[in-house]
Design a protein around this ligand. Structure first.
Ligand code: GAR
Length: 208
């Protein structure tokens, strides 16, 4: 019992559960790549910890189950994570993709899906973990500390914040003429591409 609902059928298409907290532009990139056939995958559910996340609307528009799973204030973090895992596992999934999911997941969630949780972060490995990574990189550049930042996609083995085995990364140069908005736009453009490439390389099944 209580095993992750990993998809053991002979299907050649990968089932993704996508966790979001907000706008969902990376979710949209996944939905578009699935619809166009660029990714041999389908999104079987989108779960948000915020009821007003626009990504839920994107999921509904794509006819994908869209679920708001809010953490009650008085609920223990691990209890919430265990319920979240149960919810995710109720879909027959191959991979869980954290695409703008802004809660740190505890082992009560992660232990249900070993080697199956992938996170996207808008910074290079070991830099600017947590929230507002792009803004903090921009400010570091203004102070003359860095001239580039980037994007990474990594596995989530434990409760480390935006750490874990890196599957792919891409640098983004910060131009002297950049505003925070122009840098954000370039990083988002880069992450939409890198996420799809990485899912294509690591997470989709190949025909034998
Ligand atoms: C993305 O930039 C993603 O890399 C970041 O949240 C944004 C979500 O945008 N994730 C993190 O910062 C994780 N620490 P989206 O909702 O438009 O996809």
């Amino acid at each position: 019992m209580n095993q992750p609902a990993i998809n053991n059928q002979q299907a050649t298409i990968s089932n993704l559960v996508v966790l979001i907290s907000g706008h969902g532009s990376n979710l949209q990139a996944i939905l578009d790549a699935c619809a166009s056939g660029e990714l041999n995958a389908q999104v079987v559910a989108v779960i948000s910890n915020k009821s007003d996340a626009f990504g839920l609307e994107r999921a509904r528009r794509a006819n994908v189950p869209a679920i708001a799973k809010l953490k009650p204030k008085d609920q223990d973090r691990r209890a919430y994570d265990a319920e979240l895992a149960e919810l995710a596992a109720s879909f027959q999934l191959d991979w869980i993709v954290l695409a703008g999911w802004m809660r740190v997941l505890s082992s009560a969630f992660l232990d249900r899906f070993p080697q199956r949780v992938i996170n996207l972060h808008p910074a290079l490995p070991d830099t600017f973990p947590g929230t507002h990574a792009i803004e903090r990189a921009y400010e570091a550049c203004q102070r003359g500390e860095i001239d580039r930042t980037g994007v990474m996609v990594h596995l989530v083995p434990d409760e480390g914040v935006d750490t874990g085995p890196v599957l792919a990364q891409a640098e983004v140069l910060i131009q002297p003429t950049d505003t925070l908005e122009s840098l954000e736009a370039r990083i988002h453009h880069t992450e939409h591409r890198l996420l799809i490439e990485t899912l294509g390389a690591y997470c989709v099944k190949r025909n034998a």
